[in-house]
Ligand binder design. Structure first.
Ligand SMILES: *Cc1c(COP(=O)(O)O)cnc(C)c1O
Length: 233
């Protein structure tokens, strides 16, 4: 079941990517394993998944330890409190959910302690939903300028979670807004000598219900849980 689900999703990602830019490799799957037990993550590794997304620090810590024999990549996608930054920096290759200078500063400090350059994405609340994490679009340039001074952080791109809709076409304008914001920021940053090195290649957007729409709008990382592992319990 899991194997078929995974193969089916990988195929859909590839076909959509080829239709968009002719390149099957332009989009990578982050298999979201929050609440999924380690033995099922192991099955997914054996079926070919290579990047895993986790949302809860304690749960991820145990799982990553249990699966440490496998050369896979772990991404942190959940809401992150500054006091947990220490653990996240130790465990994860990419943090998708950085949404304040304060949090970035703490990540930088922890990364410096262990001699790591931590890759991050800036999470943007494109729709401006009050209950959601993410920095507002209008504040992203200012945040990037500040974060560009942190020597132990490398900003790789942007992430968003649009409002939930049954129809993925309704999420699409928000994906498009994230891409347009990225393009605008790239231009603005290239004019700044202090931040000209930030490239923002990655766009993390799209989940089970809407990843194809996200790929059409330029996603490079799609975060998919339910379609691979089934409904979370
Ligand atoms: C849980 C989660 C996902 C995966 O959602 P599915 O609908 O199960 O594919 C993606 N991104 C984030 C940030 C999540 O928390």
């Amino acid at each position: 079941m899991l194997k078929e689900n995974l193969e089916n999703i990988l195929k859909r990602i590839q076909i959509t990517a080829i239709n968009c830019d002719g390149n099957a490799e332009s989009v990578r799957l982050v298999a979201v394993t929050k609440t999924v037990p380690a033995h099922r993550v192991k099955d997914a590794i054996e079926a070919g998944a290579t990047i895993f997304g986790e949302s809860y620090v304690q749960e991820a810590r145990d799982k990553i330890r249990e699966l440490s024999a496998y050369a896979v990549s772990w991404h942190f996608i959940g809401t992150l409190q500054s006091n947990k930054a220490k653990y996240v920096v130790k465990l994860f290759d990419l943090i998708h959910s950085v949404d304040s200078v304060k949090l970035a500063m703490e990540i930088n400090k922890q990364a410096e302690k262990i001699g790591k350059i931590q890759d991050i994405l800036i999470q943007v609340n494109v729709a401006g939903e009050p209950q959601k994490s993410g920095i507002s679009s209008v504040k992203t340039l200012e945040m990037l300028k500040a974060v560009s001074k942190f020597e132990n952080i490398s900003v790789k791109g942007l992430m968003t979670m649009p409002p939930y809709f049954n129809d993925p076409e309704r999420a699409r304008p928000f994906f498009k807004q994230l891409r347009q914001l990225r393009n605008k920021l790239q231009k603005e940053l290239s004019d700044l000598s202090s931040a000209g090195h930030i490239r923002l290649d990655e766009l993390s957007m799209g989940m089970t219900g809407d990843f194809e729409a996200a790929i059409h709008e330029g996603a490079t990382l799609v975060r998919i849980g339910t379609a691979i592992f089934g409904e979370r319990v």
